[in-house]
Write a protein that binds this ligand. Structure first.
Ligand code: WT7
Length: 669
């Protein structure tokens, strides 16, 4: 295929503009400047589209982004009473949309299918809310969810929201240790899981992992007394691959049994706009994950607005986001934003390559998907398999494509645009983070001319800019650290249980700004091009993992004395994980240690964090203070010739040793 012309700009087609809420760049710009001039008026008007039991009593927005003035805080619509579940479901049923499909679900196998209307969803949520209450869950309690992408997982999330409980979804690819750590940190009172699921032909033993985690919680003095188990495997045909599922009558409850006897009426709990809605863990620069906390009111209006405008969602659309519910993408676009807009969405508990590489395109045809949102790593995987998997399906229903999770390189963009979207569908490259709640930089389908590889322009009300290493703002064209000048309703409010860490991670690096941790370039048209993380964070297959988390897992191996993890570019995953280790005295590196280290990381963090390569070294490169010079290791694995300033290294001889190791590709045995 012809490589894309990087200077080319793709303007919205008439077909897209004809239906769009915002049909020109001028209109977008006009609304943008209005929202910047008066953010309160802008968001107040939007907030009126939702149900409030009581309107906000204090200032609509109250915040401090300046550490010199005092603690950081962000409050929107304080004093307002609402319930997000009521806004997402009850209201639509009352308005006559009870029979509209809220979700189509398809499992790993193409014949595993379910669907649910808004009316039925409401009943299930009420039942589940009553179940949670009967097990002692009240407003403010934390409920851990370790489930595959299913309608039932969404029911649990919304039933928490209905009674004011706080959900903490832990991605079902995490290990028992990772689940334990999050349940303890978040003080979970109850766990909801499933018996298991399949990824292609591979069985994922969710209940066994959950049981292990529950035992670990108990052993460390944090017992969790109830575990609800959804029978996900009831629809699979691969029954011969299912091992025994552990069961303990003292704490385990069957989902089916509890739901069967619960009442389908449950009054929503009216909560303050600033009451917590959920906690979602994300990697941090230390070994400890951060419990990002989002609140009810601000997150609701921000998620809803982004769903409506970024995807130009109309009632007849079928939205399909391939993201897992365990990540923020799943929360915001499969659940909160989608339901707020009365959407009909497809959710999928499977992988794009099973039963073959045409699965996504088959789903798109069968469910008549109009809006397809996925990650560059998935697109690259499918691109490698060849275009024929795509072209043998019609895809005629598609109108809009979306990308999230990492920068999309122009050739992947081009394949997505030309082959998947048949040059008809704009690609909405949405830049955001767990912390931002929803996209903050992204095009609008009918308004924004696209440049392949750029997330384009800020959403209404967002003022991003770039600063140099000293925090000096760069005006106009340039490259630097991406920061945001002002608050928006969907920004996280704190790190659960550690507000100081929230301040020092996001506000201290460049006082007065929210710091994203990403580098970005701004071009002459004001378009933003995200370059990637500048902190010690790896982005492998769209999963953000800190080097510290991998390193602390590596250090648990009895033979490892020191460890450093860095990323290297990878054709499919975006980045791969390369680890350098120094072995303890008298230990010898061999295949057994390598296998042990890999399985240790799999157990400690999950399969997605297993390193692609492990290099044993006699010593790590360090500066005088003892800090590992990861910047140097990164350049070495990228085979870069210019290593930058290495004068602060304690032992410069290490460079030649490093080169020798990496050039040998380190298959040393
Ligand atoms: C990091 C946040 C937002 C949902 C998924 C990830 C990277 C995200 C883009 C994009 C370039 C992107 C950034 C960001 N990222 N979207 N469109 N272009 N980079 O959420 O795990 O909190 O990761 O993902 O590096 O900081 P997350």
């Amino acid at each position: 295929m012809k490589s894309p012309d990087l200077s080319s700009v793709y303007s919205p087609s008439h077909a897209i503009q004809n239906r769009a809420y915002v049909a020109s760049l001028d209109e977008y710009l006009k609304i943008y400047s209005g929202a910047i001039e008066d953010p309160v008026q802008f968001w107040e008007k939007i907030s009126k589209q939702f149900f409030w039991k009581r309107q906000p009593t204090g200032p609509f927005l109250n915040y401090n982004f300046d550490l010199q003035k005092g603690p950081i805080f962000i409050k929107w619509m304080e004093g307002g009473l609402t319930n997000i579940c009521y806004n997402l479901v009850d209201r639509h049923v009352q308005d006559g949309y009870g029979d509209k499909i809220a979700y189509y679900w398809e499992g790993n196998e193409p014949n595993e299918q379910k669907q649910i209307t808004y009316q039925a969803l409401l009943k299930d949520i009420c039942k589940c809310a009553n179940v949670l209450k009967s097990l002692g869950i009240q407003k403010g309690d934390r409920v851990a969810i370790y489930m595959p992408t299913t309608i039932e997982a969404i029911v649990v999330m919304l039933s928490c929201a209905r009674i004011g409980a706080i959900h903490m979804v832990v991605f079902a690819g995490f290990s028992a240790d990772a689940l334990t750590e999050r349940m303890i940190d978040g003080k979970a009172k109850l766990l909801v899981t499933a018996d298991g699921t399949f990824r292609g032909t591979k069985f994922v033993p969710l209940k066994s992992i959950a049981t292990q985690a529950l035992l670990q919680c108990k052993a460390t003095g944090h017992p969790i007394n109830h575990c609800i188990v959804f029978n996900r495997l009831q629809t699979t045909k691969q029954t011969e691959h299912i091992p025994d599922i552990p069961w303990d009558d003292a704490i385990d409850h069957s989902w089916d049994a509890l739901m069967a006897s619960a009442s389908d009426l449950c009054e929503p709990e009216w909560v303050d706009a600033e009451d917590p809605l959920f906690i979602l863990y994300t990697s941090g620069s230390t070994g400890k994950p951060k419990g990002i906390l989002h609140t009810s009111g601000g997150y609701l209006i921000y998620a809803a607005t982004l769903f409506k405008y970024a995807f130009d969602y109309h009632l007849e659309d079928i939205f399909f986001c391939s993201g897992d519910l365990g990540w923020i993408t799943g929360h915001t676009f499969n659940v909160y934003g989608a339901l707020a807009c009365k959407s009909s969405s497809l959710i999928f508990d499977g992988i794009p390559t099973y039963p073959d590489g045409g699965r996504f395109w088959d789903l798109i045809d069968r469910y008549q998907v109009t809006t397809f949102y996925t990650a560059p790593t998935a697109i690259r995987t499918l691109m490698r398999l060849g275009s024929s998997y795509v072209t043998k399906h019609s895809r005629a229903s598609l109108r809009i494509l979306g990308s999230v999770g990492e920068p999309i390189d122009p050739s992947t963009w081009s394949w997505f645009y030309q082959v998947v979207g048949a040059k008809r569908c704009p690609i909405i490259d949405t830049f955001w983070q767990t912390e931002t709640g929803a996209p903050i930089i992204c095009p609008l389908p009918g308004a924004t001319p696209l440049k392949p590889g750029s997330a384009t322009l800020p959403f209404w009300g967002i003022v991003p800019t770039i600063v140099d290493d000293d925090g000096v703002e760069i005006i106009g064209e340039g490259q630097g650290h991406l920061v945001i000048k002002n608050p928006w309703p969907g920004i996280a409010r704190t790190i659960d249980g550690d507000h100081q860490r929230f301040e020092s991670t996001y506000f201290k690096p460049y006082n007065g700004y929210y710091y994203t941790g990403d580098a970005a370039k701004r071009d002459a048209d004001g378009y933003f091009w995200i370059i990637g993380r500048t902190d010690d964070m790896l982005n492998s297959s769209g999963h953000l993992i800190s080097t510290a988390e991998i390193e602390s897992a590596l250090m648990q191996h009895p033979s490892v004395a020191e460890a450093a993890a860095v990323s290297a570019p990878h054709a499919i995953k975006g980045e791969s994980i390369h680890c350098f280790i120094v072995l303890k005295h008298q230990s010898v590196y061999n295949q057994i240690i390598e296998t042990e280290i890999k399985s240790l990381i799999r157990n400690r963090l999950g399969a997605f964090a297993v390193p692609d390569l492990i290099y044993p070294l006699p010593a790590l490169p360090k500066v005088g203070s003892g800090k590992i010079m990861r910047r140097l290791l990164k350049k070495i694995v990228r085979q870069e010739i210019h290593l930058g300033d290495t004068s602060t290294l304690v032992d410069e001889n290490i460079i030649e040793q490093l080169r020798a190791f990496t050039l040998n590709k380190v298959k040393i045995f």
